[in-house]
Design a protein around this ligand. Structure first.
Ligand SMILES: [Zn+2]
Length: 347
């Protein structure tokens, strides 16, 4: 593996990097780095001793552009990785440095190298922060997360692969073969009893006569899956007749879907969220179309939500899932002769 600081003729020698080279600072914190690009490579996880599963060579990655980040597959090492990230950002962020990329482009401290090879300039990051009313440091973290997610994407789909048939086989409760009424009632049980839930078709919202589509869970239990093909991941205030974020009532799920990923692909994203990011997975629904929807606990706060959104968008999931009044498919309803159904359900 050629190191980024080397010229082609010097392969095999250990490159001597200048003291304020961010890769030198990184190596001072995590030890030797097997550089894969000018700015990112594999390293030993600072929390490796905390791993509860065997450690692979490519489990921990470090990058020095944007907001410098150490990123490990394992979840058990998170506190040690967070502490090392702090040291890394302090060390690299404080020094003023420049790297010359192949082709002569200069990457400076705070610039983000995109997967396309283009450089997102720190001035652009700062302008975006002002436009979004966001702290500049947090904007840099978000832009870095997008770039990291792009770099990590091929590995995600390999390492966390979870094809459709496997999802059904792995379900803690056998649900996919249940009939429509059972599907619907099983899904209703995910909601706390006091919740008012919307069920209808896309346009069953906005006028007073649509109040009948917003009902307590117990009502729906009696009515069954007959008032429309859609619901929302959020509950609504009693008396609502409009499906809007303003009428959402606190209880909500994050429903992950993708218009671009196939049923055999999107499971990798679900698995990553569940196993690596530790989001609680409630169910996976086959929409009776091309896609699957996964229902997770919503992020705990807006900061985590914005970060998750940055990553998920790069993975090919739709940012509209973060609109909590977005209609999604309800299990037990029929779509062109096929049943929308639960295929994975938590115990
Ligand atoms: Zn680790």
């Amino acid at each position: 593996m050629q190191c980024p600081g080397e010229s082609p003729g010097r392969t095999g020698e250990t490159p001597v990097l200048p003291m304020n080279d961010p890769r030198q600072i990184a190596a001072g914190i995590v030890g030797a780095v097997d550089w894969q690009t000018e700015v990112s490579g594999f390293c030993r996880c600072p929390g490796e001793s905390l791993h509860t599963h065997p450690t692979g060579k490519k489990d921990c990655r470090i990058s020095v552009d944007g907001a410098p980040t150490i990123f490990c597959f394992h979840a058990s090492c998170a506190p040690a990785v967070a502490a090392a990230n702090l040291r890394l950002r302090q060390g690299i962020g404080k020094s003023s440095w420049e790297l010359k990329l192949p082709g002569g482009v200069i990457l400076r401290n705070g610039d983000v190298l995109q997967s396309s090879g283009a450089v997102l300039r720190r001035e652009v990051v700062q302008a975006r922060a002002r436009a979004e009313g966001r702290d500049a440091g947090e904007q840099l973290v978000l832009e870095t997360l997008k770039a990291l997610a792009e770099r990590f994407k091929p590995e995600l789909f390999e390492t966390f692969r979870w094809p459709f048939a496997q999802i059904i086989a792995d379900s803690p409760l056998l649900v996919s073969e249940r009939d429509a009424e059972d599907q619907f009632r099983t899904w209703l049980k995910l909601w706390p009893a006091h919740c008012h839930v919307w069920i209808g078709d896309i346009f069953s919202s906005g006028k007073p006569e649509h109040r009948t589509h917003f009902r307590p869970v117990a009502d729906w239990y009696q009515i069954g899956p007959v008032m429309g093909n859609f619901t929302c991941g959020s509950s609504f205030k009693p008396g609502s007749f409009q499906r809007s974020n303003a009428n959402c009532n606190g209880t909500r799920f994050l429903v992950i879907e993708s218009d671009t990923l196939a049923k055999d692909e999107v499971g990798a994203v679900f698995s990553y969220l569940q196993k690596r990011l530790r989001y609680r997975l409630h169910c996976i629904i086959d929409t009776a179309g091309k896609s699957l929807h996964a229902w997770f606990d919503a992020p705990r706060n807006q900061l985590l939500e914005a970060r998750l959104k940055a990553g998920l968008t790069a993975f090919g999931c739709d940012p509209k899932v973060f609109t909590y009044s977005q209609p999604v498919r309800v299990p037990g309803a029929w779509r062109d002769g096929k049943m929308q159904r639960l295929v994975w359900l938590k115990d």
